[in-house]
Design a protein around this ligand. Structure first.
Ligand SMILES: [Zn+2]
Length: 313
């Protein structure tokens, strides 16, 4: 009865809309059930008040959707956010403070599920779905950039925590006598491993003190063998490894995937991270923990789409 129609429905599950919101860019894509991106656009995040920023996002969504009616929407946003109430307050989008993003997007897309997640979770979920973490039983995804964000995927599901903010790896304390952190604590992973903090640490040791430089310059110098740059990357790697191993023994991880701007440094970062993880992960159940570079250029966007699909599962 109605066999043909049901079969067609099973084959054509429709598409979802994934949205990735960051301080420098906003991206949106129409994504199939297999993780295939059908349409994708991105724009620089505009300055301005809440409505100006939202107007740019609304236009982006309209452009990506065209005539397509997505069956669900997933939004990955820079934090902090209030997942329960659908509010976002991205540190680098000053116009949005407790902005009701979920409700406003729902007004645009009609009566379909709209799910919100922190960008770190979406990154992890994207790499789990179609990237370096494919089929991992328990995976930690880390974004090393101007900050250190992360997400955890266990049994195919993101581990969100009661407020949606779980896996703030950048703020795991790894140095009991460490420097003050932007979060108000001290000795956090981020004080050693974020791009700006690594640059500041190198400059305090006499590296390119009078120049305006960034983590890309630091990683190029480390690759060329500059002693200070190598030492600072090693410190950052040690802090990351301490945070990784703390998470691994807590959650019983099998796999770690690292992406983000600083991770583009390649072996300069990954060699010491792998060495330190090997040194610190001594308990048998974490001894085989794998640490790999991210494979996707748009893991956050794909992870947001996966959030959307998961609302229908
Ligand atoms: Zn902190």
């Amino acid at each position: 009865m109605g066999g043909t129609l049901s079969d067609e429905a099973a084959v054509d599950q429709g598409t979802v809309l994934g949205i990735d919101i960051g301080g420098t860019k906003m991206a949106a894509a129409i994504v199939g059930a297999d993780g295939r991106i059908l349409t994708e656009h991105r724009i620089p995040t505009p300055p301005g008040d809440a409505e100006q920023v939202f107007a740019a996002l609304a236009e982006l969504i309209g452009r990506v959707e065209g005539d397509v009616r997505p069956v669900a929407v997933g939004i990955g946003s820079a934090g902090p956010l209030d997942q329960r109430h659908g509010l976002v307050s991205p540190v680098n989008i000053t116009g949005w403070r407790n902005f009701p993003l979920v409700d406003r997007v729902r007004e645009l897309v009609g009566d379909v599920p709209v799910e919100l997640g922190v960008d770190g979770h979406c990154f992890a979920l994207g790499e789990f779905w179609t990237g370096a973490g494919r089929n991992a039983d328990a995976m930690l995804g880390i974004v090393v950039s101007t900050g250190v964000g992360a997400g955890i995927v266990v049994d195919g599901r993101p581990l969100l925590g009661q407020s949606g903010n779980a896996a703030h790896l950048g703020h795991v304390v790894v140095d009991l006598d460490g420097e003050a952190c932007a979060c108000g604590s001290y000795g956090c992973v981020e004080t050693y491993a974020s791009g700006p903090r690594m640059v500041a640490r190198a400059q305090r040791r006499g590296w390119r003190t009078s120049e305006s430089v960034d983590a890309a310059v630091l990683s190029a110098d480390a690759a060329a063998g500059d002693e200070i740059a190598v030492a600072v990357f090693d410190d950052g790697a040690q802090a990351l490894a301490a945070g990784i191993v703390a998470t691994a023994v807590t959650v019983d991880l099998t796999s770690v995937v690292i992406g983000g701007g600083v991770a583009k440094a390649g072996p300069v970062l990954f060699d010491p991270v792998q060495r330190w993880v090997k040194r610190l992960a001594q308990l048998p159940f974490v001894a085989d923990l794998s640490v790999e570079p991210a494979q996707l250029a748009n893991a956050g966007l794909l992870g947001a789409a996966r959030l959307a699909w998961d609302t229908l599962a």
